[in-house]
Design a protein around this ligand. Structure first.
Ligand code: KG4
Ligand code: ZN
Length: 354
């Protein structure tokens, strides 16, 4: 081991994740029990159902993580846990579990901000992956998930200057909503991305909310426009208004998915690149579930590459919620001396940067 081994726990939303991370970078185990299938029938997350599923899975997830890494609690130097933001009931399951582990085994407890975790996923190395340079400061990080969309500047570890944030819905929420409108099920993001790939005519234009020169973003107008555009497409195909009463043709779905995705990607990529140029960033880090989107990854990688800015996008499984990212951020906090007591509480609205 070249640095401390952290056991990290993530349960803020609908994934139960536990990881073992060495020195804030190297993944020894990263086990995620996803609730996607559980929430599919309700088309979204029911908080009580999510909390109960965390309770059901957290012990098996711990057992599998320790077995995969071939370690015991004796080998662990600290326990890191997401304390917010997220769903209160879900957060409390992970927090109480982490507290119990830390107390029973006499390990320090390190509180981690979930959003900080998404940023620090950019530092992670998979087991067996070749060493690569860490992201270099100053950098700009774009975190886009189902609950959050923001752009921050980092000039050093654990310091964030908020450049912009969504003024209404998160980008992932818009993907999920439009996915439902198109009859693609939950979650909408991956399904829209797959459908968009199939579009042959790529000329649908959905509105972009630029909000002037600001780095803030807005997706609620796009959601409303999508509802209108989908309704028109349904009328054009002679379908009833309710999406449950018959589905648009595959090609119409693909073209609408492409047009919607193009609008979201255009706004996110344009603002991120402009921010990176303004702060003379050496790197851009992408995180959050929507960073798994191939069109967004491709566009930002191309635009950053053309400007000589290094681009770090974790593989899709590290962009969506997981325990490893909490271990990466937790290691920095652990090194900085941050500790929590057994009175650690859930902070459902914890911000990243003030
Ligand atoms: O980070 P995450 O797993 O959970 C939150 O903290 O919210 O993000 C989930 C969000 C969902 O809205 C989902 O639709 C979106 O990420 N997402 C995607 C893709 N994969 C997941 N959005 C667009 N394209 C994708 N490939
Ligand atoms: Zn997340």
């Amino acid at each position: 081991m070249s640095g401390p081994l952290l056991l990290s726990v993530e349960s803020s939303c609908d994934e139960t994740g536990i990881a073992l991370i060495e020195d804030g970078r190297r993944i020894h185990a990263n086990v995620v029990a996803s609730q996607v299938a559980l929430h599919g029938p309700t088309g979204g997350i029911v908080p009580e159902v999510a909390a109960r599923a965390h309770l059901r899975w957290i012990v098996p997830v711990l057992d599998e993580a320790l077995a995969t890494a071939a370690v015991t609690m004796r080998d662990v130097d600290a326990v890191a846990v997401t304390c917010g933001p997220g769903l209160a009931g879900s957060l409390l399951v992970g927090i109480n579990f982490a507290k119990t582990l830390a107390w029973a085994h006499g390990k320090p407890l390190v509180p981690v901000n979930h959003l900080e975790g998404h940023v620090y996923a950019g530092w992670l190395l998979d087991p067996g992956e070749a060493e690569r340079e860490e992201p270099q400061f100053p950098l700009v990080a774009l975190v886009v998930s189902g609950g959050h969309t923001f752009l921050v500047e980092m000039r050093d570890h654990l310091t964030y200057r908020l450049l912009g944030t969504t003024v209404d819905d998160a980008a992932g929420e818009a993907f999920d909503k439009v996915g439902r409108l198109l009859g693609l099920g939950y979650p909408g993001g991956p399904a829209i991305s797959v459908a968009a790939e199939r579009a042959t005519a790529r000329n649908r234009v959905f509105p972009r909310a630029w909000l002037g020169d600001s780095y803030d973003m807005s997706f609620s107008g796009l959601k409303t426009a999508a509802r209108r555009i989908v309704a028109q497409a349904r009328a054009d195909e002679g379908l009833p208004a309710d999406e449950r009463d018959g589905s648009l043709s595959d090609m119409a779905i693909a073209e609408l998915a492409w047009g919607f995705q193009d609008a979201v990607v255009d706004v996110l990529a344009t603002k991120t690149i402009r921010a990176a140029e303004e702060v003379n960033a050496r790197g851009i880090v992408l995180g959050g579930g929507v960073a798994a989107n191939a069109a967004l990854r491709g566009r930002i990688a191309r635009d950053a590459g053309a400007r000589g800015i290094a681009m770090v996008i974790p593989r899709p499984g590290l962009c969506t919620d997981n325990g490893a990212m909490i271990g990466a951020a937790g290691a920095r906090r652990f090194a900085a001396g941050v500790r929590a007591g057994l009175d650690l509480d859930a902070r459902p609205s914890l911000p990243l940067a003030r």
